[in-house]
Design a protein around this ligand. Structure first.
Ligand code: FAD
Length: 397
């Protein structure tokens, strides 16, 4: 951790909480904190709506962790009730009685969440990249604070008592405050949005295509007049790109107006790493919390946002005894991520084996995974960590 030993900085503005990255993890954490009465500043290097490479599926378990007054259904989306696994051109289908989630465009979801955070009182600074973070002890302060250097704040010192790092899979801020930082071993996902000339006949179905190597899966998720095609897994990007071209051969012929096939890391080993130190906590992809089998990241992003805010609020309440956020977060993290992950790894390996050897049984298993009802799933009990009230409290605007 980079620490200034003297204290010449003038605290121009001290926020209770600063958040780096206004993706889904950062925006939810920001909104929960603001609703609890904290002053919150959030830095985002881009401007919403910004592109994020993603399959665009948000599961019902992820939705259940979002504020109830977030107008998710104001976005164009397709409810999902069916999962199809297609192996050797044969589809194996599972129909669910309950909604499994929504297919939508990620840039719109992320914009909605960031705007929601602003409505709760968060100061959002877009087009502003955090370049470095230091811990400092300004005069008259008995606690270390975080001080930010951004692309825009040359003349103003911005300080915060607590820090959440939510700057995604390529996080370059985590290691500056003593967290694990870069995810050197991870999966990769490649995807592309295909704009269709006519509306899709079959919407609301998640179609999966198991790939013939460990940890690989292709997908096609349909919106109303667009589809999200992609592949993900543990193999290298070149191999995955070849698998994509084989699965979607008409696109391989180079239909340029359909955009580029882009790749992004799928970090999943975060539960084994250090994700909290002093009063800083990494969440979402920055913490490496993608679900190892499916590559689903939104659920664990939201789960970690709840745990982080719960820890920060408890640390603030214990201000006299100076209990740090990390001291409260680490046991929660061990319970909800580390121990869960130890069970999830063999569970994910079994699901991969099933996808190759017994594909017909896979759709119902994927649905069970998304419903948190597989033997290795561990749902987050919001009332036990105390953030449930932040989802429903009237913010009066
Ligand atoms: C191909 C692919 C498909 C996927 N499909 C799904 C899916 O269908 N469903 C699902 O649940 N998950 C899916 N995931 C995973 C999901 O996209 C991630 O888990 C999720 O985006 C994590 O959210 P986050 O807020 O942690 O990070 P991000 O969404 O990456 O947000 C991080 C934010 O931080 C900003 N930032 C970065 N550095 C700085 C800085 N220095 N200063 C200021 N701002 C900064 C970035 O601009 C960005 O806005 C997929 C991933 C991939 C790669």
């Amino acid at each position: 951790m980079d620490r200034l030993s003297t204290s010449s900085e003038c605290p121009d503005k001290v926020y209770d909480l600063a958040i780096i990255g206004a993706g889904p993890a950062g925006s939810l954490a920001a909104a929960l904190a603001a609703r609890a009465g904290l002053s919150v500043i959030m830095f985002e290097q881009k401007k919403h709506p910004r592109t994020k490479i993603c399959g665009g599926f948000i599961s019902s378990r992820a939705i259940s962790l979002l504020p109830h007054d977030l107008e998710l259904l104001s976005l164009q989306s397709q409810p999902v009730y069916q999962i199809s696994v297609i192996k050797n051109r044969t589809p194996h289908t599972y129909n669910s009685k309950t909604r499994l989630g929504l297919v939508l465009k990620r840039d719109k979801l992320d914009q909605l969440l960031a705007e929601y955070a602003v409505r709760t009182g968060v100061k959002l600074k877009e087009n502003e990249t955090v370049e470095s973070v230091q811990t400092v002890k300004p005069d008259g302060n008995n606690k270390d604070l975080y001080l930010f250097k951004t692309t825009k704040n040359e003349d103003v010192n911005i300080f915060a008592s607590y820090l959440i790092i939510a700057d995604g899979a390529n996080s370059n801020n985590a290691d500056q405050v003593g967290l694990s930082g870069k995810h050197r071993f991870c999966g990769w996902g490649l995807s592309k949005i295909i704009n269709l000339k006519s509306p899709v006949a079959e919407t609301g179905i998640l179609k999966f295509y198991p790939l013939p190597f460990l940890g690989g899966m292709g997908w096609s998720f349909s919106g109303s007049d667009w589809a999200n095609h992609g592949v993900g897994g543990l193999a290298g990007r070149k191999y995955l790109a070849r698998a994509y071209n084989k699965l979607f051969p008409s696109e391989a012929k180079g239909n340029r107006e359909q955009g580029k096939l882009n790749s992004w890391p799928l970090p999943f080993l975060g539960p084994l790493k250090k994700n909290a130190n002093y009063n800083s906590i990494a969440i979402g992809d920055a913490a490496g919390l993608v679900e190892p089998f499916s590559g689903e990241g939104l659920y664990n992003s939201f789960k970690s946002a709840h745990l982080a805010i719960s820890a920060i609020l408890k640390s603030m309440a214990e201000i006299d005894s100076q209990v740090t956020a990390a001291e409260i977060y680490n046991p929660l993290f061990r319970k909800y991520f580390y121990f869960a992950f130890i069970k999830t790894l063999p569970g994910a390996a079994l699901l991969h084996a099933r996808s190759i050897l017994a594909s017909s049984t896979l759709p119902s298993q994927i649905a069970a995974l998304m419903n948190n009802s597989l033997w290795f799933n561990q749902a987050l009990d919001l009332s036990a960590i105390g953030t449930d009230r932040l989802l429903v409290k009237d913010i009066g605007d």
